[in-house]
Design a protein around this ligand. Structure first.
Ligand code: SF4
Length: 473
């Protein structure tokens, strides 16, 4: 049988198996018969396509994360339309295979796998320290640019996964059209929408269910007290109501959390996990450690190096023992083979409301603007070889071979090097704050101290558990 036919047959079998799994997710059959088959499927998929970094501990992390991903989403259950979008369109796509070959022929490596787009800077909340506080209606992405980017991702890269961030995406309005129109007009793309949740009504949840290609991730900071300290009084109730509405409409949703020095312990506590996952029915969590960019920059809010190691340990307990998809964006570097920025294979670029293109959401220095690229007749592929992005990618490729993936982030964990990339390539700061911090010696000293202290703690873990494959403590 030809290779292409084999892949098609394999995709058909996996599709049917996953459909059965989604339909049996609340039964004993699921736990004792269907899920063990899925676990075997994950192991064999990882053996076939292990990714560029294959150290024993890295492969173990990948297995447990994929297992939690499958378990969490199937256990919660979702509309069959959503399940089918995930399975047939985003996960098992023949289109991707074809486009990978074309892209590889041109650039020598596989294309990016997704994109993060923030179409509007503004927001209906006034959270402490958030840049969206100063936004106006003008800070919005042209609808034509927005939709064209999604079309080109598909056409040039075979990529159909789009993360929509903000500001508040549901505040986006361009000549009467909003994000729901984007989701409707791209039925074969899958969208993850970061939202504060306060604009999710029964009507909106019903639409999300009907569209079947969006999963919202609602921002929380911890339990009620911590969440309202940052987001404002009364917000917690609105957020939890939105979660109940989404659950009622069978829209698969998750939470997103910013870890700081103040809430690090709370967000991995049993109370937190039981409340959001067992009581309210969230299917996943994305944890982002506080990044000192944007307004009210404060490097002292970053979880300390000791807290970072504590979060690494606790998050794996949640993933392995409770089978909850609890993704800690930096600590789980081994799962993604490290940094996913700068359009690396399977990675992404970040585009903001002014169409500026950054290596990633947390790397606030841009090398291009999509509106300008389109005005001169270009397309998304014009981004690939720009010096800032290729500097970062060359580093990523080298890091695959010799780096500690528990410190995967150029801008956070290797600040001096990232700063050099920014200065050497004359990248444009996202705003006056990021323009100032790149010249700030005290900021650099704090980031550098953090990087050094972190390395002291993660290097022994990396060697022992990941390279040598010894068991976790
Ligand atoms: S630059 Fe840092 S935050 Fe951005 S994708 Fe890479 S590791 Fe993650």
């Amino acid at each position: 049988m030809k290779n292409e036919s084999k892949i098609k047959l394999n995709n058909m079998l996996v599709t049917n198996m996953l459909k059965i799994a989604f339909n049996t997710s609340h039964t004993l059959l699921f736990d004792h018969v269907v899920f063990p088959v899925i676990e075997k499927g994950i192991k064999s998929a990882l053996n076939r396509v292990p990714g560029p970094v294959t150290w024993p501990g890295v492969m173990e992390d990948k297995y447990y994360m994929f297992r939690s991903m499958a378990y969490s989403s199937m256990k919660i259950g979702a509309s069959s339309k959503f399940a089918s979008t995930v399975i047939s369109k985003a996960m098992l796509s023949d289109l991707r295979m074809k486009k990978e070959i074309e892209f590889r022929g041109k650039f020598g490596f596989d294309p990016p796998g997704f994109m993060v787009i923030s179409p509007a800077k503004r927001c209906n909340l006034r959270c402490r320290g958030c840049y969206a506080n100063s936004a106006s209606e003008k800070d919005q992405l042209d609808y034509g640019t927005f939709t064209r980017i999604i079309e080109e991702m598909r056409e040039l890269w075979g990529a159909r996964f789009v993360t929509v961030s903000g500001g508040e995406p549901l505040m986006y309005k361009w000549h009467g059209k909003g994000v729901l129109d984007i989701y409707r007009e791209h039925p074969d793309s899958l969208f993850l929408m970061y939202t504060n949740g306060t604009l999710i009504s029964d009507r909106v949840a019903g639409e999300l269910y009907d569209l079947g290609n969006i999963t919202p991730a609602i921002s929380v900071e911890g339990m009620q007290e911590v969440t309202e300290q940052r987001r404002g009084k009364g917000v917690f109730e609105k957020i939890t109501r939105a979660m109940q509405i989404l659950k009622k409409h069978r829209v698969l949703y998750g939470i997103s959390v910013t870890a700081t020095r103040h809430n690090a312990e709370e967000i991995v506590s049993d109370k937190f996990i039981d409340y959001y996952f067992n009581e309210l029915g969230a299917a996943y969590a994305w944890v982002f450690h506080y990044m000192p960019i944007g307004r009210d920059v404060d490097p002292d809010l970053i979880p300390t190096p000791d807290q970072r190691v504590m979060l690494w340990e606790k998050s794996w307990e949640i993933v392995k023992k409770r089978k909850i998809m609890f993704v800690d964006f930096w600590n789980h570097g081994p799962v993604t083979d490290g940094c996913i920025s700068a359009g690396r294979p399977g990675g992404y670029f970040y585009i903001d409301w002014q169409a500026k293109v950054y290596p990633c959401v947390f790397f606030p220095y841009a090398a291009a603007n999509m509106d300008e690229i389109y005005a001169r007749g270009g397309n998304l592929n014009d981004l690939v070889d720009l010096p800032l992005y290729s500097h970062i990618r060359d580093w990523q490729f080298k890091y695959w071979k010799e780096g500690d993936l528990l410190r995967p982030c150029p801008i956070r964990d290797h600040y001096r090097m990232a700063k050099k990339f920014v200065l050497d390539t004359k990248a444009t700061p996202s705003d006056e704050v990021t323009a100032a911090i790149i010249k700030d010696a005290e900021y650099e000293r704090k980031m550098d101290d953090y990087d050094r202290e972190l390395a002291k703690r993660t290097t022994p873990i990396w060697k022992d558990i990941y390279l040598n494959g010894n068991r976790r403590r």
